[in-house]
Design a protein around this ligand. Structure first.
Ligand code: FES
Length: 339
């Protein structure tokens, strides 16, 4: 049995155990979403009529007062009757690439940095997505899902590239991807998800992107997309890592820098200097941004990585006068980000 969820006059079927967000995204109806874990609050909506079960909505993301006030988290709530909701982001009739389940085949796995694999997945058919979005992988035999950003541009829609950092004792990494996943294996995926994407009305202004560790992945999709559209665009990309052996995609980034006069790539090492004594920047990329850019008025900023780095990045951008609406951050917590 199921119900009907309606937003902005558009009604979609929704199963009893299906999150409301899942129902809308599968129907191609845009609804703000980011973490899909109940932690960021991006998907908060108002229940206008009908009844919902808040399911696993955490109390610190959706307070008792908000529940009493008719708010719900679309990524957690389940319908208990036909329901009408209001969602600011969905009200303008915006559509999205429909959320889908696909079974992919592992093309290859390559160690690209310390404890970091590049996993490429071949899809049976193209998956439409926006650069910067992510997919969920189903960890076999566990019922668990893990989220990984796509490092692809939109036209690389049949061979997805994910960057996976080893998490000690991690059920998805140590227990699966790093331990026995091989070319030809089948992987269940769900996607695309997330709102870490270029605005529909991209103004073409200067961009700064800061990635920590494998937080570089979605930034590679975004950078290549904007430079293909406008080779003269001013783009500044920082990659923050612990040591030189954690850096990757250096050939690609060097090629981009050679081909695009106004693109700059700045690796920043927090703990370990390069073993060969090469010139390098130390510390944190957010500090270097403040030193490098006197004013970021009119810039957009993009952050993906450990939560502490993202918070520091937001502060650094605001300190340099970037408008809050121009600050974009990936809000799901990558499995390795806690470290
Ligand atoms: S709380 Fe629902 S998308 Fe983050």
């Amino acid at each position: 049995m199921g119900f009907t969820a309606t937003v902005g006059g558009r009604a979609v079927p929704c199963g009893e155990e299906q999150p409301i967000l899942d129902a809308f995204l599968r129907a191609g109806v845009w609804m703000p979403n980011s973490c899909n874990q109940g932690t960021c609050g991006t998907c908060k909506l108002r229940v206008v009529s009908g009844e919902v079960d808040h399911h696993d909505s955490p109390a610190d993301t959706l307070t008792d007062d908000e529940r009493a006030d008719g708010l719900a988290l679309a990524c957690q709530a389940r319908l208990r009757s036909d329901t009408v909701v209001e969602s600011t982001g969905a009200a303008d009739g915006r559509t999205t690439h429909p959320l889908r389940d696909l079974v992919a085949t592992v093309l290859d796995l390559e160690e690209i940095a310390r404890d970091t694999l590049r996993l490429r997945l071949d899809l049976p058919e193209p998956l439409a997505f926006d650069p910067g979005q992510y997919v969920e992988l189903v960890v076999p035999g566990t019922g668990e899902r893990r989220q990984y950003s796509l490092a692809n541009t939109a036209d690389e829609d049949k061979a997805l590239e994910l960057h996976v950092r080893l998490v000690p004792s991690g059920v998805a990494t140590e227990g699966w991807i790093f331990d026995g996943l091989t070319p030809g294996d089948r992987v269940e995926i769900t996607g695309p998800l997330g709102d870490f994407v270029l605005p529909t009305e991209d103004d073409g202004g200067p961009m700064v992107l800061i990635g920590g560790g494998t937080g570089l992945a979605p930034l590679l999709g975004l950078v290549r997309t904007v430079l293909a559209r406008d080779p003269q665009r001013e783009v500044l990309l920082y990659h923050g890592v612990r040591g030189a052996s954690d850096l990757y995609a250096l050939d690609l980034l060097t090629e981009l820098a050679d081909a695009h006069r106004r693109f700059r790539f700045v690796p920043v090492l927090s703990h370990e200097p390069p073993p060969d004594g090469r010139e390098h920047r130390t510390g944190f990329p957010t500090t270097h941004f403040v030193d490098d850019v006197a004013s970021a008025r009119g810039w957009s900023g993009w952050l993906c990585g450990p939560p502490a780095m993202v918070e520091a990045g937001v502060k650094a951008f605001k300190r340099r006068r970037m408008a809050p609406r121009m600050i974009h951050r990936e809000k799901f917590t990558p499995a390795d980000a806690a470290s």
